[in-house]
Design a protein around this ligand. Structure first.
Ligand code: EPU
Length: 337
């Protein structure tokens, strides 16, 4: 059923007060198919957890909010467990459910805001783990063909904060369900992220469990990143840029303390947070918006910011980084014009 004059404030983690006159909720695949069949040339905006979207204005486009629930064990083979999850499940709740059941693989992704269905789109990642490492397949409905298709891991073409759903198939499919492949006993813990390693050593834990890791990750996140329930934000606003070896060499000559990650023979990833901080934008307020005082990559809403205000501020940061470092930052957050 169509809902009018709906405030999207509770549905976007920036906490922006924008309105929709064309708002639908879907709690089953049938709900989605019915909507697609009802309108010809239907071009909806698909809303998941709203944790990676900047709405600049009120939305004229129809919005479908995906509320498909359910967590089910599909199959178990030796140490592997396949879990099928509705796209509308909250990601962090799902991680907690797995940790409680002692299923391993996603404990490093604890407390990431957003829904399960959005996770493959941008291949969510944190603290040394990316979604693709536990992804088995997903089910999605083609908006044009109104048909269900299964996407294997290979089909999704995952890369850093990216997948086919952000590229060739952008806005073409609605993910309804995801199957994850986790471990039951022989967990492959990832403690490569330095602050995590340090915390484990500090606490003197010789054999960390997935519960330990999940708790530490929560601790790290809570000290570095603002809770969107208290301060409007979308996590990292920009991606960490990848530069050539040549560019890296010239930068490191000038800035010897610049953090970096060598990701291939000729490529280095530079933390956007460092570039932004060095451009003078850490903990800087501009009206109702600003950058978080503990993390320069997080743009925040002090309460009354508009989407346009946040966007303009982000572009100011982008310009300053470009001027100082000759590096063009790319938004990680989706911008809705
Ligand atoms: N740093 C600064 N200034 C700051 C913050 C960080 O210079 O204000 C430098 C530090 O040297 C630090 C480095 O930047 O070592 C990296 O910082 P951090 O470990 O916090 O990670 P990040 O690269 O900024 C990425 C993800 C985060 C994820 C963390 C942890 C992207 C765009 N962001 O951030 O993901 O939680 O790693 O794995 O890849 C998100 O996607 O919304 C998100 C929060």
């Amino acid at each position: 059923m169509k809902n009018k004059n709906i405030s999207l404030k509770p549905y976007n983690s920036f906490g922006l007060e924008v309105f929709s006159n064309n708002f639908y909720r879907a709690s089953t695949e049938t709900d989605i198919l019915k909507l697609l069949n009802k309108f010809s040339n239907f071009d909806p905006y698909i809303l998941g957890g709203g944790s990676n979207i900047l709405f600049k204005n009120n939305i004229d486009k129809p919005i479908i909010k995906i509320e498909i629930k359910g967590i089910e064990i599909e199959k178990e083979i030796d140490d592997e467990i396949y879990i099928s999850v509705g796209a509308g499940e909250n990601w962090s709740n799902f991680v907690d459910w797995c940790v409680k059941k002692k299923y391993g693989g996603i404990e490093n992704l604890s407390l990431i805001p957003g829904n399960v269905g959005s996770a493959p789109i941008q291949n969510i990642g944190a603290y040394g783990v990316e979604l693709e490492s536990v992804f088995y397949s997903c089910k999605a409905i083609s908006i044009k063909k109104k048909k269900i298709k299964i996407f294997s891991k290979k089909d999704c073409q995952f890369s850093y904060r990216n997948s086919i759903f952000k590229e060739k198939l952008k806005n073409k499919y609605i993910i309804t369900n995801v199957i994850f492949k986790l471990t039951k006993v022989n967990h492959k813990l990832n403690i490569s992220y330095k602050p995590l390693k340090e915390l484990i050593e500090k606490e003197n834990i010789s054999k960390p469990t997935i519960k330990n890791i999940s708790n530490f990750i929560k601790k790290i996140r809570q000290t570095k990143l603002p809770d969107p329930k208290l301060i409007g934000n979308c996590g990292s606003f920009f991606k960490n840029p990848i530069v050539s070896k040549k560019m890296f060499k010239s930068l490191i000559l000038k800035y010897s303390s610049m953090p970096s990650f060598n990701i291939s023979d000729n490529e280095f990833k530079i933390p956007a947070a460092w570039l932004i901080e060095k451009s003078g934008f850490k903990g800087v307020d501009e009206g109702e918006t600003g950058t978080y005082k503990k993390h320069a990559l997080v743009i925040i809403n002090h309460g009354k910011a508009t989407g346009t205000e946040i966007y303009n501020f982000s572009q100011k940061i982008k310009k300053s980084v470009l001027k100082k470092f000759n590096i063009l930052l790319e938004e990680e957050v989706n911008i809705f014009e």
